[in-house]
Design a protein around this ligand. Structure first.
Ligand code: NI
Length: 148
């Protein structure tokens, strides 16, 4: 996790919370496996992660993310269809990476930005093209509205 050196420090609030002991143990174990030693920072990180998820799921404001596709480039017209869809979304697709995985399969990763709902529709369209074996959208936010 990184901090922004120039971001103004927000005042901290001290809270006392209760939770089942076993849940607390699991939280500590999770934090430790992420290299987080401070319980407060660990919990704040978890809340932040949930907020990112929720914000991008809500479909409001701008989201950024990636669309990952795996497909067999031998399938007739598949590449053509994918390119056609991508050209229609030139505004949302910031960048793309194409890897020829093996003789048949291609991996494509698109970096996308725009309204979450629109990005979800774009990902669905690409993933449901005949011949696409795997399609996955990962959304996040720029984190602009999240306190550090
Ligand atoms: Ni390829």
């Amino acid at each position: 996790m990184h901090t922004h050196p120039h971001a103004p420090r927000e005042p901290l609030s001290r809270i006392s919370i209760t939770m089942p002991r076993s849940l607390l143990r699991k939280m500590d174990a999770l934090a430790e496996s992420c290299g987080q030693k401070n319980r407060s920072q660990a919990l704040a990180g978890m809340v932040r992660a949930l907020l990112v998820e929720h914000e991008s799921e809500a479909g409001q404001g701008e989201a950024v993310g990636t669309i990952t596709l795996v497909y067999d480039h031998h399938r007739s017209r598949l590449q053509e269809t994918l390119t056609h869809i991508q050209h229609e979304h030139g505004r949302e697709i910031i960048s793309g990476l194409h890897v020829h995985l093996d003789h048949n399969n291609c991996l494509e990763v698109l970096v996308v930005r725009g309204g979450a709902a629109r990005l979800r529709r774009l990902a669905d369209r690409l993933a449901t093209v005949r011949g696409v074996k795997h399609g996955k959208l990962t959304l996040t936010t720029s984190g602009r509205n999240l306190p550090v």
